[in-house]
Design a protein around this ligand. Structure first.
Ligand code: 1CP
Length: 355
């Protein structure tokens, strides 16, 4: 495979020296970009966009044409696995994801399909292969999955949730049942991520968007334990290069040390923790990714630059091991020019930290 022209992102994750702080944005391909809306309209709906390798590749590359980003992320969704397991994913206009057949009992869990990454999920691998080819080694490609806990919240709630009562009822009233489900989902995530690496993904990220709604004990039992199992089951090298793994638990700042102890290479931070404190707590054990509040992109260009400067100073002069990012996905009504101000600020203001 071709040499990477820009490997800052991979180097920073592995704590090797870099010339400036690499940056990308969670949900960088999406509805804040008019060109995304146009391609999505061409595809028809969101899942058709995910299932068309050429169009999925097109939207993956769109943000890279606008901004000096250091990584591309596969255009897909975390809910591809539950869909392939047989739950019937659908999107209603203006609403979040929903499942036709949510999990309600043991029989539902027992009949879940273990998806074949090159079978039911081959469309994802085809997208990975197409994107890798079209990237032409410009920047690395990030593959991803949801954490078992986060996937299970959608599978049991039947869609997005605010209070998570159904999944918590299962966790506390029938914990064995939930463990059965989490274990099955973890096994499919391992197969799915390893297949993404085989297809060309150069780094992996696990999104634990809802781990932060659990108590510290329950977080370890129902979320972290399964992410640890996944990390242990992953293919960590491909083409003679290490494939770094980043774990991101939104609202997981309290549990940094435990997350860092899973064997992952990097920990994603939202904005509710100061990056200087996070750095002091994890030391050299892992790299850190984050951590600007995505709502900061509503601010003036001066304010955005100031925030970037503050976060860079917080991480400090020990300069590697930081990947700049938003603390969660970019909002869909953000002005694309402001995203550009953010990326440019990281590119320019981070250089002095790497001398
Ligand atoms: O066009 C549209 O209307 C669809 C909106 C959309 C998009 C652009 C969805 C539905 N998924 C995606 C893409 C997506 N999702 C990516 C691709 C990378 C990129 O955009 O650059 C990634 C990495 C995800 C991951 C994802 N999906 C997460 C984890 C990260 C996070 O933001 O917390 C979660 C929780 C989902 C579920 C999901 N899929 C779609 C929506 C709107 C949601 C969130 C629902 C909710 O809030 O509960």
């Amino acid at each position: 495979m071709s040499e990477l022209k820009n490997d800052r992102y991979l180097r920073a994750l592995l704590k090797q020296p870099v010339d400036q702080t690499p940056v990308w944005m969670m949900r960088q391909a999406g509805r804040y970009l008019p060109e995304y809306k146009a391609t999505r309209a061409q595809a028809g709906d969101f899942m058709s966009l995910c299932k068309n390798a050429d169009l999925a590749c097109e939207v993956t590359l769109q943000p890279l044409r606008r901004y000096a980003l250091d990584a591309a992320i596969l255009f897909s969704d975390i809910l591809t696995i539950p869909d392939a397991m047989g739950l019937g994913l659908y999107f209603e206009t203006g609403e979040g994801p929903k499942f036709e057949r949510p999990i309600t009992c043991k029989a539902d869990i027992e009949k879940l399909i273990m998806p074949d990454p090159e079978g039911e999920l081959q469309y994802v691998m085809n997208a990975v292969r197409t994107i890798r080819r079209e990237l032409k080694g410009e920047v690395p490609l990030i593959g991803f999955s949801g954490s078992p806990w986060t996937l299970a919240t959608y599978m049991v709630e039947g869609g997005s949730s605010k209070a998570f009562t159904k999944i918590k009822k299962m966790a506390f009233a029938e914990p064995k049942l939930l463990h059965l489900l989490l274990d099955k989902v973890a096994d499919s995530v391992i197969d799915y991520l390893n297949a993404q690496v085989a297809a060309g993904a150069q780094s992996l990220m696990i999104f634990d968007t809802w781990g932060g709604v659990l108590s510290p004990r329950d977080y370890k039992e129902f979320s972290l334990q399964y992410m640890e199992k996944i990390v242990a089951g992953l293919q960590r090298e491909n083409d003679g290069r290490r494939v770094p793994v980043t774990l991101f638990t939104k609202n997981g700042g309290m549990w940094l040390e435990a997350i860092a102890a899973t064997g992952c290479d990097a920990v994603g931070l939202d904005w509710t923790i100061d990056i200087a404190d996070a750095k002091a707590r994890v030391g050299d054990k892992v790299a850190l990714q984050g951590n600007m509040d995505p709502s900061m992109l509503y601010a003036s260009p001066e304010r955005i630059r100031q925030e970037v400067a503050t976060i860079l100073e917080g991480y400090g002069h020990n300069n590697t091991g930081h990947v700049f990012n938003l603390g969660h996905g970019i909002h869909l009504d953000v002005d694309p020019e402001h995203a550009g101000v953010f990326i440019k600020a990281v590119n320019e203001l981070s250089r002095p930290y790497h001398k």
